[in-house]
Ligand binder design. Sequence first.
Ligand code: HSE
Length: 303
Amino acid sequence: MQLRYDDVEVSVPATSANLGPGFDCLGLALELRDLVRVRATTGTTEVRVTGEGAGTVPTGEDHLVVRALRIGLEFAGAPQVGVQLTCRNAIPHGRGLGSSAAAVVAGLMAARALVDNDDALSLSSVLHLATEMEGHPDNAAPAIFGGVRVAWMQDGAAHCLPLPAMPNLRATVVVPASELSTSRARHLLPESVPYEDAVHNVARVAMFTQALLHPELLLTATEDRLHQPYRSEVLGESMAVLETLRSRGLPAVISGAGPTVLVFGEIDQVTTAALRAQRWRVWGLDIATHGANARPTTLHGHA
Ligand code: HSE
């Protein structure tokens, strides 16, 4: 399998997983994108990062986009090449907004665009490989396909479907200054949960599948007993913010493993100003109806 292009650009949206009750199975894409350019070269790998994560992420073969790119090229049976990678990052790191899924999907989608052969690397293979790297499919699925998604594992493979939602759906993210690693937040989860808590969440996820068409259901449909309570000790002020917002009728959830709080809809200006005064970043974002987008810029051998 030869490369068809030498130079590709990829944009990948931020994502919010879990959405309250849907631990490891619900997620949505947000119109906040990392932009990545990959040039295939005959030299060594060079990485340049601006924006979020600049100065802290690796700048060689260990960079997550490069690692994913190599996995994608290998899967496609394409040659490994030198890489000139440029990342313009908008997604905050370590905040539960899918920055690692975005990097993984960016690398895989770059490999797919360089090869440009759907049989060698299809979108469902990208979902499969991204889920293997991430360990769960709920960020990768909306990052690749966009919208609001339910994702699940079946016979070792990841699958996903879109959920219906009102057009022009928006969300507000309340992003704290501090980071939290997903692996640390996952280690806090118990081996088993009470049966009634499982039933509670199953009912809320079932409600959630309709709640984005019936917003009056959203406050109840976003209640969770499977992960947020167990993680509260490492979520800093996020649980207090979440509870304050929910007590005012706003459907607030912990975004992914946290510590960002996501609210379906808008937050009023007074609350926004109060949060910003305490160093929270508050952004109103559209739901990204399109997921990752990859565009070749130079045919192989025509640079
Ligand atoms: N479902 C994952 C978790 C999402 O909550 O650990 C991580 O972004």
